[in-house]
Design a protein around this ligand. Structure first.
Ligand SMILES: C=C(O[C@@H]1C=C(C(=O)O)C=C[C@H]1O)C(=O)O
Length: 385
């Protein structure tokens, strides 16, 4: 009781509260003007950086620099939660890049795929997102210059490599500029209101695989139909009341569908690693990962010889994958991720040794280790901190 009374006495009387609100709002108005003035000054600096980059034929997107800017500022996050500061700066960077040169980002469309949300979450709203019908379209758009950047899924924590993405690196001379890890959650969406009425479930093969057990247990009679993307599945379902799509929860808003079941992935810790592809990339320090591919002579010890080069030079290998070469049957190309910048001077002799042992070595990109982002959040349901 005493507490309640104290609470009541602490609330200022109405005229007093109004006066205080007026003062606070006056302060906010003043601060906003200063923020905008500073943002304008920042934009002018960025425009000049852009002119210098264009003069030198340099790329616009500098993920290492962006990470440095962000890390320096996060130390100062105080009343503003870190997550909010990151979101604000994601948009400042997005605007800044756009001012330097409007950026087209190709992705596997249509709007509403996980690639789309990964792009927005990482590169912000000032880029122009150009949907492509398939992953090949994303690589092609970047290699022809139709898009400055592309966003492609490379691997999933439950289902491994997206083989098609790796294969496309063999056909297109694009490089990896950055990576990001996205938490993925799947939902069943349809025009109806009950799972029991669903006869067909459309989705991309990856989500169908990631939800296989749940689907067998909860929709045993539905036929699973693989299609080009999760959002393409949602588009189809608009005209088929006895069908459902599996994908991002916000496909419901985009395509006017009901969410029939949420979080239907077989294991909740479901992450996809995406990479941002472009032509060339950022040079200089601060890059802590390298992706490369190599082909080997057909003789005993060829692969172990390359792995030995890594071991002797203290290079930590994170991933090794072989894919068919396609141009020659029963020949393979190896894709490797290592935990260092292989273009740095200290690894020059390791690279030279590798080149001696391999038929071909191609560095796909050196880039900063990527952030982990939750792209699955239903923004409407995103509560306070
Ligand atoms: C301003 C620059 O260009 C881009 C925008 C950045 C920013 O707004 O801080 C940082 C890196 C680049 O992606 C820069 O290279 O410094």
């Amino acid at each position: 009781m005493a507490d309640q009374k104290d609470d009541v006495t602490r609330i200022p009387a109405k005229p007093e509260a109004d006066e205080r609100l007026g003062v606070l709002r006056g302060e906010i108005d003043e601060l906003d003007l200063r923020i905008v003035e500073l943002l304008n000054r920042r934009a002018s600096c960025s425009l000049e950086v852009g002119r210098i980059k264009r003069g030198a034929g340099d790329c616009i997107f500098k993920p290492v620099r962006e990470r440095q800017v962000m890390e320096r500022l996060l130390v100062h996050a105080d009343s503003l939660p870190e997550r909010h500061l990151r979101a604000i700066y994601r948009e400042i960077f997005s605007s800044s890049r756009h001012l330097q040169r409007p950026q087209q980002v190709a992705y596997l469309g249509p709007e509403g795929t996980f690639s789309y949300f990964a792009g927005i979450e990482f590169l912000g709203h000032s880029a122009d997102y150009i949907p492509q019908n398939d992953l090949e379209g994303v690589f092609r758009a970047v290699s022809t210059g139709e898009a400055e950047l592309g966003i492609v899924p490379l691997e999933n924590s439950l289902h491994g490599t997206v083989g098609q993405s790796l294969d496309l690196f063999l056909r297109f001379g694009v490089s990896i500029q950055s990576e990001l890890f996205c938490k993925i959650s799947h939902n069943v969406l349809g025009m109806g209101t009950s799972l029991a009425d669903v006869r067909r479930v459309y989705s991309h093969p990856q989500p169908l695989a990631q939800c296989a057990r749940w689907l067998r247990a909860n929709m045993p009679n539905a036929v699973l139909v693989p299609v080009e993307s999760t959002a393409a599945a949602a588009a189809r379902v608009q005209n088929e009341p006895d069908a459902a799509a599996i994908g991002h929860v916000r496909l419901g808003d985009i395509f006017g569908l009901n969410v029939l079941a949420r979080g239907v992935e077989d294991l909740p810790d479901n992450w996809t690693r995406f990479v941002v592809i472009g032509i060339g990339g950022e040079s200089g320090g601060g890059r802590d990962k390298t992706s490369l591919l190599f082909t080997l002579p057909d003789k005993p010890g060829a692969l172990s010889g390359v792995l030995d080069v890594f071991a002797r030079h203290g290079v930590n290998m994170k991933k090794l994958e072989s894919r068919p070469m396609r141009s020659e049957k029963w020949k393979y190309v190896f894709f490797v991720d290592v935990e260092c910048d292989l273009e740095r001077g200290e690894y020059a002799s390791a690279l030279a040794e590798m080149r001696e042992r391999c038929h071909t070595v191609r560095i796909l990109g050196c880039y900063p280790a990527g952030p982990s982002l939750d792209v699955s959040a239903d923004l409407g349901a995103d509560g306070p901190e």
